[in-house]
Design a protein around this ligand. Structure first.
Ligand code: NAD
Ligand code: TDX
Length: 339
């Protein structure tokens, strides 16, 4: 039996990963540590909460005593760190929680994991650490780090700490960097779930600037398979990039969403651009294809349709999660822009 400590397992990608691990591997058990910030929701794992192989511990990855205690309480083999402040727009409003959770939290986890002598640590990172691309080219694992937002700067700092623990202590850490995820359980502040949720209420869709920025979209379960491959077969000290080979301009994506929902394009509002908005992200996946035998399996059209269907069948989920702390943020941030 392999025991994983997953942090941030009540968020979007973490909850999909926990479910996928339990479904795929009968010999895996999971301890999920999550602080339950505005983005974490216990409901995301309601279907597996009674699985005897699963245990939830509410707590903060920045709390050393708590993390040491969790690592002492079970024979943990591996740690997968999803816990983070993850939304670029929030980091522009206030970088404080990003520095704390994304950097200090990673340091605490690294120290505690080293002390507990775990056999593998995986840092879930992002392609945003590479900064932005122009019209051409792709990010590879060798692209220089050049983060542009407080969010991506905090993720880069964490990646460098992870790198230093490998080089200094021989700590068995692997880092994965992925492009934009979409799929079920994504908090409706990110582009796809926000626009689905607004369109369903006939509310405006705030497209930043002209809407010509490009993102590469990957289905969350493809990303989770990549993390699994890197966790099991990656080399300590290495970085693995994952992407969906599905580049779209934001406006093109918005048209697709509205068409799929049968809603008019008049719902689109071009609003003030995001400060420091990265123009384009795209990933060269050669390395993970060759070294981990990984390729994205979900084509974008199918993935988007199934994601829209999930949000249609889970309107209450979006309502509940949006009625919390998020609602205040939504009103001050987007309400102001849409006025
Ligand atoms: P999310 O915001 O949906 O979830 C984050 C989770 O972490 C939440 O459950 C939250 O409660 C928890 N958390 C936050 N601070 C914590 C703390 N101090 N202690 C314990 N738990 C805490 O984020 P996500 O989109 O699922 O992203 C997960 C990870 O993947 C992040 O590290 C993010 O940087 C990375 N990533 C995300 C994307 C994407 O497109 N969403 C792409 C690449 C990488
Ligand atoms: O209301 C919006 N209008 C809009 O035009 C929002 C929320 C976004 N956008 C644009 C900004 C981006 O060009 O859409 C694009 C996608 O935005 P987000 O969903 O906020 O994602 P992004 O900023 O690209 O970052 C995401 O991918 C990498 C995740 O949030 C990060 O956690 C991840 O690391």
């Amino acid at each position: 039996m392999k025991t994983l400590l997953v942090t941030g397992g009540c968020g979007f990608i973490g909850s999909n990963f926990v479910r996928q691990q339990l479904q795929t591997y009968p010999d895996v058990s999971i301890v999920n540590v999550d602080k339950l910030t505005y983005a974490g929701n216990l409901e995301n794992l309601a279907d597996i909460e009674n699985d005897p192989r699963y245990r939830f511990e509410r707590g903060d990855i920045c709390d050393r005593e708590f993390i040491d205690g969790v690592l002492d309480s079970a024979a943990i083999d591996s740690v997968v760190n999803f816990a983070a402040e993850s939304h670029v727009d929030r980091s522009i409003l206030d970088s404080g929680p990003f520095i704390q959770t994304n950097i200090v939290g990673t340091q605490v986890l690294l120290d505690a994991s080293r002390k507990a002598n775990i056999s593998r640590y995986l840092q879930v990172s992002t392609d945003e650490v590479y900064g932005t691309l122009g019209e051409d080219g792709y990010f590879t694992e060798d692209t220089p780090l050049a983060p542009n937002s407080p969010y991506s700067a905090s993720k880069t700092a964490a990646d460098l700490l992870v790198r230093s623990y490998f080089h200094t202590y021989g700590f068995p850490a692997v880092t994965t960097r992925c492009s934009n995820n979409y799929g079920p359980y994504q908090f409706p502040e990110k582009l796809i779930p926000l626009f689905i949720s607004n369109a369903l209420k006939d509310e405006a869709l705030p497209v930043y600037g002209k809407g010509n920025n490009v993102r590469d979209w990957i289905h969350v379960l493809d990303h989770c398979r990549g993390i699994d491959a890197a966790l099991r077969n990656g080399e300590p000290g290495e970085v693995y990039n994952f992407g969906g080979n599905s580049e779209l301009q934001n406006l093109e994506l918005t048209f697709k969403l509205l068409d799929a929902l049968g809603k008019p394009r008049t719902l689109i509002r071009h609003v003030e651009d995001r400060a420091g908005h990265d123009f384009r992200y795209a990933i060269d996946t050669t390395r993970v294809e060759h070294e981990l035998g990984w390729k994205p399996q979900m084509d974008f059209e199918t993935g988007l349709r199934s994601t829209i269907d999930w949000y249609l069948s889970n309107k209450d989920w979006a309502e509940r999660i949006q009625s919390g702390q998020y609602r205040d943020y939504y009103e001050t941030q987007y309400g102001k822009r849409l006025a």
